[in-house]
Design a protein around this ligand. Structure first.
Ligand SMILES: [Zn+2]
Ligand SMILES: [Zn+2]
Length: 160
C-alpha cells in the first residue's frame, strides 16, 4: 500500500478491456485531519474507468467529488461546500514491472486543487468587524468603519 494508506490504487496488470474503478474513500484516509480550513463531510466518491492505450499507457478518467465542511476566511463560520471534477483525466506510463497506479492520490490532489484559494461562505460575505468582532452578515454593529463614520465627515477640515 501507499504511505497515504487507504487511498485506492489500480493493481496491474490491467484486465483485457479495461476496468471500472468505482468506490469511496473514507474521510479519515484523506489526510485532512490537521487542516484548519476544511474537513471532509463524507467520503470522497469516484467513478472512473481505466483503459490501456496503444502506446503502452493507461488512461484513467471519470468523475469524483467530495463534500466538505469549510471555514469562511472572512467570517469564520462553517459552511458546506462540494469540490468535484466531472472530467478527471490522467495518463500513466506503465513500465514493465509496475505493480500498481496510485490514482487515488491524484484524484484527492485534483479535488483539493480545485478549491478556491480563499474560501468564503458566500460571494458577498461581509466578514467580521475588525473592531468588535461582530459577524456583519448577521447584524451591523455600532462601530465606526476604518474610513470614519460619515456622520462626522462634515467636520473634517474644521480647525478647533
Ligand atoms: Zn463568511
Ligand atoms: Zn464593530
Amino acid at each position: 500500500m501507499t504511505a497515504e494508506g487507504g487511498l485506492p490504487v489500480l493493481r496491474l496488470p490491467l484486465p483485457e478491456g479495461g476496468a471500472d474503478l468505482e468506490g469511496e474513500v473514507a474521510p479519515g484516509a484523506l489526510g485532512l485531519d490537521e487542516d484548519p480550513w476544511i474537513r471532509p463531510d463524507g467520503p470522497l466518491v469516484y467513478r472512473l474507468r481505466a483503459e490501456a492505450t496503444g502506446g503502452g499507457q493507461i488512461l484513467i478518467r471519470g468523475a469524483a467529488r467530495l463534500r466538505l465542511n469549510a471555514r469562511c476566511s472572512r467570517c469564520a463560520e462553517n459552511f458546506s461546500t462540494i469540490t468535484e471534477d466531472p472530467a478527471f483525466f490522467r495518463a500513466y506510463a506503465c513500465p514493465d514491472g509496475l505493480e500498481s497506479i496510485p490514482f487515488g492520490e491524484d484524484v484527492r490532489e485534483e479535488l483539493l486543487v480545485r478549491l478556491p484559494q480563499v474560501l468564503v461562505c458566500q460571494p458577498g460575505c461581509r466578514g467580521l468587524c475588525p473592531q468588535c468582532g461582530q459577524n456583519l452578515n448577521q447584524a451591523p454593529c455600532g462601530c465606526t468603519g476604518p474610513e470614519g463614520d460619515s456622520r462626522w465627515s462634515g467636520l473634517e477640515g474644521i480647525s478647533w
